[in-house]
Design a protein around this ligand. Structure first.
Ligand code: S3P
Length: 769
């Protein structure tokens, strides 16, 4: 495409069809000319419409310089024509345009565009009329609409921030293309280019099929004997789903016919989904009062995908505070309950789940993962690798990854959306810096505030081209591919497994041996798992060495239960009454067990049993009984080993006798939220006295030895998009005097989707709304 060469301003712009789209387009161009006369795109705007009233109104209102109800007459002298008529009427309009050209009323070089929802049929029509598609014909499709239609519903802002898809054909003229692109961009539209077949296929799934289904559902209810009652009591679901069935029947008839093949394919795929749903419902034995796992999985996968795509499409990060966000904010309403007992299992380890997808994708061969965490964070990593062309099959917590090899990732079509997950973004920064292609990573409100220069700085030293494009060195991260990476010797300024892992991953592609030195030992799952995949990573003390240029071989991975999720139940059992809890088969990697050490120092009664090693990671059952806790000074060397468990440890400290002092934990300020400030606010709101330090906190415990006294009052807490804040205050309810309400609990699904169910099973009383 030739940049900047277009045919604007044109002498005479003719809009054919003054319905919502055509009239809004004309009004947008007119308003632009009124606001910026020196930059006007058309000297005259004329129109053709079957309604004389619309033409008259258009002229009277000053929008149009002239108009006609006849195409042949109306197009005379135009140098740009935009056709905004129903698809089936398009061929007739093109025929009249050709007649006007043949009669010398219209220049043969006149640029013609359209706005139809199907594009192959439009090209076909042009071929039928002109013999071959004229180079000056530029098919376009604005993806915009409104509840009301017609000339009087016109809105010059209708296309602002909406997509307009332009489908160039093999003979498209550059000047014509640039002209049409500039017209739409002037109206604030986001222009994208696409092949016409691809356009029709995508629109069949995203627009035509949903409209057909809305008509079908409404038809089904209308045909029902009690249809009046059904419609009268129809709830929001029906109303939302069927809204588009109020659209124009002729228009949709035409679209369905014009895009017949692609729509039939989409319908077949949908029918297969319905059959599957029917089978899952039929197959389930309701008499045993258990859940249907396959159905739950199916629903959960769809929900996750909807949320993921919702955030992507909205072009804005997920936020529980935004009313416009269709993911909605969720809250926990928790009544005090003191007795806690049971034997439970918690979901798979988040850190290991992330890494299993990353390394499985980069390996040669097929990797099978069991116990995979079905939380949104790990699923964001899974989605990112699917977006880079890796075939990944998931049935519940079983995942099969068809590795593409160390150089096999392909260019993602869109920015990779990492949701709430810092691990995904930071580790992927290392991988993406070494790829041949450019990439962009975005995240939700919380992730978009977290520091990314901590990985970008050393990656740049290795030769990566990486830009933190948000404010203050934050996401979105933009990475330029095709760089040569070199090994470095890097001393980490903070003990962070995410920075360490990011650099180890980049080092796989770097020339030479990379040496990383940590100030304190942090979790070592990357090192362990790479060795399991046959890639040597040598650790000695705080030093890690890895040499680039090797390959990974697929292996099977069993993900142990996440000790960070178990920690909520460990504290719950320690501060609650009742018999206490046993949490089974929890990962006991020594770089993660700081929470057990700290709770024991506080006097918690913890027994570790059934210790064994599974898939290179130690696991064990952990039993915690109600305990009288005492305040302590937390040893600083334990901080990296319990880095994710401090929010719930603060709840434990509140229930202890005496004072607990944490220092050397500045890192807590840059987690999913500022966990020192947010926990201090929440604890104060519930009546616990604490003092915030720059790198920690002092908590004056309110526990009374030998009792299970109420430590917390009732109150409202905001999670600040942080799953661990939400779960920690839920645990506090075991020692609360009154109801605790926690807002923004949808983030719990990032790491522990069944938390509330499990907590209720062992004795808490959480109502999720
Ligand atoms: C993680 C490392 C930790 C931890 C995070 C997961 C990982 O972050 O807080 O939840 O999987 O590597 P830092 O390494 O930045 O402390």
């Amino acid at each position: 495409m030739t940049k900047n060469r277009h045919a604007l301003p044109c002498e005479r712009l003719c809009v054919i069809g003054l319905g919502l789209i055509g009239a809004s387009f004309a009004q947008g161009i007119k308003n632009h000319a009124l606001q910026k006369p020196h930059a006007a795109l058309a000297k005259q705007i004329v129109a053709v419409d079957t309604s004389q009233d619309s033409i008259t109104d258009g002229v009277m209102s000053g929008l149009l310089d002239a108009g006609s109800t006849d195409v042949y007459e109306g197009v005379a002298g135009a140098d740009v024509i935009v056709i905004a008529v129903p698809v089936q009427a398009l061929a007739g309009v093109l025929g009249e345009i050709k007649r006007a050209m043949d009669a010398g009323k219209l220049a043969k070089e006149c640029i013609i565009s359209d706005v139809s929802s199907t594009k192959q049929s439009v090209l076909e029509a042009a071929r039928g009329v002109f013999g071959q598609v004229p180079p000056t014909f530029v098919p376009a499709h604005p993806i915009a609409g409104a509840e009301n239609s017609g000339f009087h519903a016109r809105n010059p802002e209708l296309f602002c921030h909406h997509k307009v898809i332009i489908c160039p054909h093999e003979r498209t003229d550059d000047v014509a293309l640039n002209t049409v692109q500039t017209l739409w961009q002037t109206l604030g539209a986001d222009v994208i280019f696409m092949d016409s077949a691809r356009h029709d296929e995508i629109l069949a799934y995203t627009s035509h099929l949903p409209h057909l289904l809305a008509f079908a559902l409404t038809e089904q209810l209308a045909g029902h004997d009690d249809n009046l009652d059904i419609f009268r009591y129809a709830a929001g679901g029906f109303r939302d789903f069927s809204r588009i069935a109020a659209s124009h029947p002729v228009m949709w008839h035409d679209i369905f016919m014009a895009n017949k093949q692609a729509l039939l394919t989409a319908l077949d795929a949908y029918q297969a989904q319905l059959t599957r749903a029917k089978q899952m419902i039929q197959a389930h034995d309701t008499s045993i009062n258990a859940q249907s796992e396959p159905l739950l999985q199916w629903l959960a996968t769809a929900r996750h995908a909807r949320r993921h795509f919702g955030h992507m499409l909205a072009g804005k990060p997920k936020t529980s505070l935004s009313n416009q966000d269709d993911t909605m904010s969720q809250s926990y309403y928790i009544q005090p309950q003191h007795d806690i007992s049971g034997v439970i299992s918690v979901p798979g380890d988040k850190s290991i789940s992330h890494r299993s997808i990353m390394f499985g994708s980069l390996a040669d061969g097929v990797t099978r993962v069991s116990g995979f965490l079905q939380g949104e964070d790990a699923l964001a990593t899974l989605q990112a690798f699917s977006d880079m062309g890796v075939k990944i099959e998931r049935t519940g917590d079983q995942v099969v990854i068809h590795g593409v090899g160390i150089d096999g990732l392909s260019t993602p079509k869109n920015p990779l959306y990492m949701g709430n997950s810092g691990t995904s973004m930071r580790l992927l920064a290392g991988i993406l810096s070494a790829q041949k292609f450019d990439s962009v990573m975005t995240g939700d409100v919380s992730l978009s505030k977290r520091p990314m220069e901590r990985v970008a700085v050393p990656l740049r030293q290795m030769g990566a081209k990486i830009q933190s494009t948000g404010e203050k060195g934050t996401a979105p991260l933009s990475i330029t591919g095709n760089q040569t990476l070199n090994a470095i010797h890097y001393e980490l300024p903070v003990a962070s497994a995410q920075i360490k892992s990011c650099l180890i991953l980049a080092a796989l592609w770097a020339q030479g041996e990379t040496v990383i030195v940590e100030p304190e030992v942090s979790r070592d799952h990357t090192e362990r798992m790479l060795n399991a995949f046959g890639y040597p990573v040598v650790s000695s003390g705080r030093e890690i060495r890895v040499t680039g240029g090797g390959r990974l071989s697929a292996c099977d991975i069993i993900v142990p239960a996440d000790i960070s999720s178990a920690a909520f139940f460990m504290v719950l059992a320690a501060i609650g009454g009742g018999e206490g809890l046993t949490i089974q088969k929890v990962g006991m990697n020594p770089t993660r067990t700081g929470v057990i050490d700290i709770l024991r120092l506080m006097g918690a009664d913890i027994t570790v049993s059934n210790e064994t090693v599974v898939g290179g990671e130690p696991i064990a059952d952990i039993t915690v009984r109600p305990s009288d806790l005492q305040g302590i000074d937390i040893p600083e060397h334990l901080v990296p080993l319990a880095i994710d468990e401090f929010p719930v440890l603060f709840v434990a400290a509140s229930c202890a006798t005496g004072t607990t002092r944490l220092t050397g934990a500045k890192e807590l300020r840059v987690k999913e939220s500022d966990r020192i400030a947010v926990m201090a606010d929440g604890l104060s709101a519930l009546g616990v006295d604490c003092t915030v330090l720059e790198d920690g906190i002092i908590i004056n415990g309110k526990g009374v030895a030998g009792t299970r006294n109420a430590v917390f009052g009732g109150g409202e807490i905001e999670s600040h998009h942080d799953h661990r804040i939400a779960m920690s205050f839920a645990v506090a309810s075991a020692r609360a005097a009154d109801e605790i309400v926690i807002h923004g609990t949808e983030t719990v699904a990032t790491s522990f989707p069944n938390f509330a169910d499990l907590a209720n099973r062992v004795g808490l009383k959480i109502d999720v709304k």
